[in-house]
Write a protein that binds this ligand. Structure first.
Ligand code: NOJ
Length: 448
């Protein structure tokens, strides 16, 4: 039996601030990650790294697209730098910025690569942050206007959009210093932030569809996904319940955002602060929620739970990535199944990959067997989810190029293409050739 459907989309993903560089080129406005990294006195980012140059994809995208084509990539999920196309986030447009994305999209299409556009991957225009960022309800209409601009520009060329990447990590920037803007807000503000994001997603989805009704619009949450220590029907039930239980780290669960847009409610396990805020939400807000056409799922690791749904700690020495995330391929089996069961929507794995401390070997190549092993295991588990009925439409490896890994700077490499930062030279890793083969065989090579 085929492991993946014949129309399965195989691709790669990245985000503007992480790879573009050109931070002040051609009329781009500043965004919160520019500000965060340029903080006077030093930033919270490792080694004081920043995305000023990053992979310089702003200038080198033709080379990157050629490499994608060479490696059989069928879709590229990239994000638009909002401040590049609207320097203040609202109002005046920057034609040079739009022209950059125009050419990027056209070249992708010419090379048979589907452009998948993320509207927001964390780089809010600074001017909007001064107005309160995602805590200011005005962001809902402002985001919809931005979505309208983009939808008009790419009408007929972009068929799949993702509105907002990982609201849970946007929230992190409002209660910790590991993400921009690095504010410290109380839980009730965080609840309001999620609500504004849910409304902004919905308004943007309506705006895109008003312009181009044939497009599909997704939302990309992240968070805790659980899987059973031992796979029995009862344990699956416990893992499912644990997955959507908001007790504990509530702001890092998929359902803190998906329940709002799809089910139009909060889970009964929501904490006091959320329930208090929820009591103030008018009915008209719930009526304005739009369920996405698909859920983009970023999958890196999961939490193993026992028969009662309690977390099972990883033993010392458990297999981990360079950034110390546990390697748990099972999450790719159960995560999609659980999300489909709760929301009944198609899914796209919008990110999955391994951070490594890759090196250039004496032969001039970058050998990354760990990444190949990781991807092989996760993709095999994904095929099990599909075989059991999860409607997964595509898989986007994170990331095509090594890039700026937020607060961890350039220390961690997620790419299947190595970037030699001093020269910006690109070197395909072994995993790039391996992935090209997976794509060419629509996953059949995983059986070997
Ligand atoms: C998810 C984020 O969307 C992406 O920006 C980040 O680089 C990866 N996780 C890896 O941490």
């Amino acid at each position: 039996m085929a492991l993946f459907p014949s129309d399965f989309t195989w691709g790669v993903a990245c985000a503007s601030y992480q790879c573009e560089g050109g931070w002040n080129a051609d009329g781009k406005g500043p965004n919160i990650w520019d500000d965060f990294c340029h903080r006077v006195g030093g930033s919270p980012v490792k080694n004081n790294d920043n995305g000023d140059v990053a992979c310089d994809s702003y200038h080198r995208y033709p080379e990157d697209i050629a490499l994608m084509k060479q490696h059989n990539i069928r879709a590229y999920r990239f994000s638009i730098s909002w401040a590049r196309v609207m320097p203040d986030g609202d109002g005046a447009l920057n034609e040079a910025g739009l022209a950059y994305y125009d050419d990027l999209v056209n070249r992708l299409l010419e090379n048979g690569i589907e452009p998948m556009v993320t509207l927001y991957h964390w780089d809010l225009p600074s001017a909007l942050q001064y107005r309160g960022g995602w805590l200011n309800r005005e962001i809902v209409d402002i985001f919809a206007r931005y979505a309208d601009v983009i939808a008009r520009r790419f009408k007929g060329r972009v068929r799949r959009y993702m509105t907002i990447n990982e609201p849970q990590c946007i929230a992190l920037g409002y209660y910790t210093d590991v993400m921009a803007p690095g504010w410290r807000c109380p839980d009730e503000d965080i609840a309001r932030l999620f609500h504004n994001i849910a409304l902004a997603h919905s308004a943007a989805q309506r705006a895109i569809k008003a312009v181009d009704p044939g497009t599909l619009v997704g939302l990309v949450p992240c968070g805790r996904l659980c899987y059973p220590q031992e796979d029995t029907p009862e344990n699956r039930e416990s893992a499912y319940r644990a997955c959507f239980d908001l007790t504990g780290r509530w702001a890092f669960n998929f359902n803190i955002i998906l329940d709002s847009v799809v089910l139009r409610r909060y889970d009964e396990s929501a904490p006091e602060a959320v329930r208090k805020f929820a009591a103030t939400i008018p009915e008209s807000d719930w009526a304005a929620m739009e369920a996405p056409d698909f859920i983009g799922v970023n999958v890196y690791n999961g939490t193993m739970v026992d028969a009662e749904g309690r977390d099972v700690d990883c033993y010392p020495g458990f297999q981990r990535t360079a950034c110390k995330w546990a390697i748990t391929p099972e999450v790719m089996h159960f995560g999609p199944l659980f999300l489909y069961r709760r929301y009944g929507l198609p899914l796209i794995i919008s990110e999955n990959g391994l951070s490594c401390n890759d090196i250039i070997f004496r032969d001039g190549q970058v050998h990354d067997p760990k990444r190949i092993d990781f991807l092989h295991r996760y993709l095999t588990e994904l095929s099990r989810a599909i075989a059991e009925g999860a409607p997964v439409k595509g898989y986007l490896q994170w990331s095509f190029l090594d890039n700026f890994e937020w607060a961890n700077g350039y220390d961690e490499r997620f790419g299947i293409i190595y970037v030699d930062y001093p020269t910006l030279r690109r070197i395909p890793k072994d995993s790039a050739r391996w992935y090209a083969q997976v794509i060419a065989t629509n996953g059949e090579s995983l059986k070997a």
